[in-house]
Design a protein around this ligand. Structure first.
Ligand code: SAM
Length: 177
């Protein structure tokens, strides 16, 4: 049912309302591929090995597992760049500025214990403050890179397309070839 909803809902979006119910409007697809058997079988095979585990939970309890030299990619709900761009509601609890601050502390902790961290987020002033100019973040080697990202989801169609986002990481850039 999840795949059916994901393939037929607006732009493949996943979103819950405050009651925890799926509330994505219908998408406009003429002939959506709902069961992509090859893709599903490849994903199933990739998840088979005994050393692969999928876990769900609050981010700080999940991140506790990460140890030195592990690679951690974090893709949290983005901080809103304006008061109208306030989509943070993947879950009924939303993701507040305090959650962004709590996440920053967890990310600084990961970098401090030697994990390789990559985090994506918006270029909202809060994120600049938490990572680009924050002394604890800089001290553990986190650096902020602005990248142009292609985005299909925006309530204003003229703002779909390439927008600036942050990639925040303690992984050094490869030297130019
Ligand atoms: C930008 S989406 C990630 C999308 C994912 N990378 C993908 O490609 O499908 C942000 C995710 O953070 C999850 N999330 C929201 N609050 C969270 C929390 N407090 N702890 C852990 N995950 C949370 C949401 O459920 C959502 O799946």
């Amino acid at each position: 049912m999840f795949i059916y909803l994901n393939r037929t809902g607006f732009n493949g979006l996943f979103r819950l309302n405050q009651r925890g119910e799926f509330n994505v409007p219908m998408g406009r697809y003429l002939n959506p591929t709902i069961c992509d058997e090859r893709n599903l079988r490849n994903a199933a095979a990739a998840l088979q090995p005994a050393n692969v585990a999928l876990r769900t939970g609050e981010f700080d309890s999940i991140l506790e597992i990460a140890a030195e030299s592990d690679f951690v990619y974090l893709d949290p709900p983005y901080a809103p760049v304006s008061t109208t761009a306030n989509f943070t509601s993947y879950t009924s609890a939303g993701f507040s500025d305090d959650d962004q601050r709590r996440l920053q502390k967890a990310v600084v902790g990961l970098a401090a214990r030697g994990c390789h961290v990559v985090l994506s987020n918006s270029t909202a002033p809060l994120i600049t403050e938490l990572y680009a100019t924050h002394s604890a973040a800089r001290k553990v080697g986190l650096r902020v890179h602005k990248v142009a990202a292609k985005r299909a989801i925006n309530s204003d169609p003229s703002r779909r397309g390439k927008i600036a986002e942050y990639v925040i990481t303690n992984v050094p850039r490869a030297p130019a070839a």
